[in-house]
Design a protein. Structure first.
Length: 113
């Protein structure tokens, strides 16, 4: 799965089509992502004793990764992702990095600092 937490994505299908958002959670086991503020549904919940109040809450639901596309950090376009092995870091060790298919520049990784 080429989309990670913190990536900016555009939604390709569904009620929020063409909207942009940031991935708040990636679920690689089921190939889904949760995008902040998008794909919101109203969920009816029962009260759980003293801890949780019942009622209708709004919750962001997961989207399949095939329905979102990564936005390149360099050119700003929605793009497919390629993997290339390039020298990175102070030691210049060859590591796999995500690359934009339009501008061929490295997509910034928000999980690594």
């Amino acid at each position: 799965m080429n989309i990670k937490k913190g990536d900016k994505v555009v939604i390709l299908a569904g009620k929020d089509k063409t909207k942009e958002g940031t991935v708040s959670r990636a679920l690689p086991q089921v190939n889904k992502v949760i995008v902040e503020g998008l794909n919101i549904v109203k969920k009816h919940v029962r009260p759980q004793g003293q801890t949780r109040q019942g009622g209708v809450i709004e919750k962001a639901m997961p989207l399949h990764v095939s329905n979102v596309m990564l936005l390149c950090t360099e050119c700003g376009k929605a793009t497919r992702v390629g993997i290339e092995r390039r020298p990175l870091g102070a030691d210049q060790k060859v590591r796999p990095v995500r690359v934009c298919k339009h501008c061929h520049k490295v997509i910034a990784d928000h999980t690594r600092s």
